[in-house]
Ligand binder design. Structure first.
Ligand SMILES: Nc1ncnc2c1ncn2[C@@H]1O[C@H](COP(=O)(O)OP(=O)(O)OP(=O)(O)O)[C@@H](O)[C@H]1O
Length: 362
């Protein structure tokens, strides 16, 4: 039996918690000695897209499966739309009104597209189910595929069928586990953009699991970064990228050049010169300065520093340039969006010094 959730006022996600549609409070799940999910609290507003991101094995899928109800929480509480679905009471998956889109789409191979979509509508009578299925198939733009079987569809088409099947019963929440990772790079961004625009248009609440930092940032209103079963940081995509709270978060979203420094009164001295300490984000007197490659500008006409070009990797819009700098042990990686002349040996380097991050050494 579901019981109405009583607000305790103790949720950790601040203002989001008060109007949360989906709320997890100190949820844990272990498998033997592995703490797959360890005391995770988060809150998602109605109509919001939340991405759960982190490296393989950090507990994303386990968390998603607990929200779906195919996995029990050992501890903690999950509330969907004001109803406790896990905690003191447990609501079965089919009673939770969640739609699930899996990485491999999990379509029934012996059923047509329409029959796949009809599968989740068994509670309706035949004609209402058929009308409902066709409305969703039409909305997703796959009516021309309705009589086809999954094996004859492209990856992108199968993804849309899986989405139609998940959306057909009008779920309160759509849970997606790596839904785009089976698509080619080019198609992936396109299908992702279309899918999320559609879900936004329907004002669907979505939890999306991904291991891809760019996908997490581009797809979500709220990003939750996990590591070894715990939430490391949660916030808007801009928060996570611009204001990472730890070296782990900084590195996860954009690998940086790491330059050792020494703290002087209001700046940090490094072999690349002084960097102002705008906010104290470290405790040590010898912090590491994280310089993101795109904050470095290169010029063939000279600059504040000089680097010797060691390697160039061209990838169309941008070019990675690896530089040797006197006094710096590791090479410096820059990403140039302006093309350097082909025979450039040395370049001038300008660093946006107020854009660097500083953390304690690992
Ligand atoms: N049924 C299970 N039995 C035993 N261990 C499990 C089980 N499910 C998950 N685990 C373990 O729990 C941890 C978290 O797994 P989970 O699948 O949630 O991670 P993930 O972040 O989704 O990883 P991936 O991105 O590789 O899918 C891992 O160490 C995993 O081996």
């Amino acid at each position: 039996m579901a019981r109405e959730f009583e607000r305790t006022g103790s949720e950790t996600s601040g203002s989001v918690a008060s109007d949360a549609f989906l709320r997890l409070h100190e949820v844990s799940r272990s498998f033997g000695k592995t703490a797959a999910v360890n005391s995770v609290s988060l809150a998602v507003r109605a109509g919001e897209v939340l991405s759960l991101v982190g490296p393989s094995g950090c507990g994303k899928s386990t968390l998603l499966r607990m929200i779906a109800g195919v996995e029990h929480a050992d501890q903690g509480q999950i509330v969907i739309d004001g109803v406790e679905v896990d905690g003191a009471s447990f609501v079965q998956p089919e009673e939770r009104s969640v739609g699930f889109v899996f990485q491999d789409y999990a379509l029934f191979p012996h059923l047509t597209v329409r029959e796949n979509v009809l599968f989740g509508l068994k509670r309706l009578d035949r004609s209402s189910a058929r009308a409902k299925a066709d409305a969703v198939i039409d909305r997703i733009g796959i009516m021309h595929l309705a009589e086809r079987y999954p094996a004859s569809l492209s990856g992108g088409e199968q993804q849309r069928v899986a989405l139609a099947r998940a959306l057909a019963p009008d779920p309160k929440i759509v849970l997606m586990d790596e839904p785009f990772s089976n698509l080619d790079q080019g198609l992936r961004a396109q299908v992702r953009g279309e899918t999320l625009a559609l879900l936004k248009g329907l004002e669907t609440t979505v939890v999306l699991v991904t291991h891809d930092p760019q996908e997490a940032l581009s797809a979500a209103d709220q990003v939750v970064l996990m590591k070894r079963g715990e939430v490391i940081q949660a916030g808007s995509p801009y928060d996570l990228y611009d204001r990472p709270a730890s070296a782990y978060a900084a590195e996860f979203f954009a690998p940086s050049n790491k330059v050792p420094g020494v703290l002087r009164r209001d700046h940090v001295d490094t072999p690349l010169g002084a960097f102002p300490v705008l906010k104290r984000t470290f405790e040590t007197s010898s912090p590491i300065v994280y310089i993101r490659p795109h904050t470095i500008t290169l010029s063939p006409d000279g600059g504040e520093l000089v680097g010797k070009v060691e390697r160039r990797v061209f990838s169309g819009d941008t070019e990675e340039v690896v530089l040797r700098i006197e006094g710096l042990q590791e090479p410096l990686r820059a990403v140039a969006s302006k093309r350097l002349p082909l025979n450039t040996d040395t370049v001038g380097i300008h660093i946006e010094r107020d854009k660097v991050l500083m953390f304690d050494p690992a």
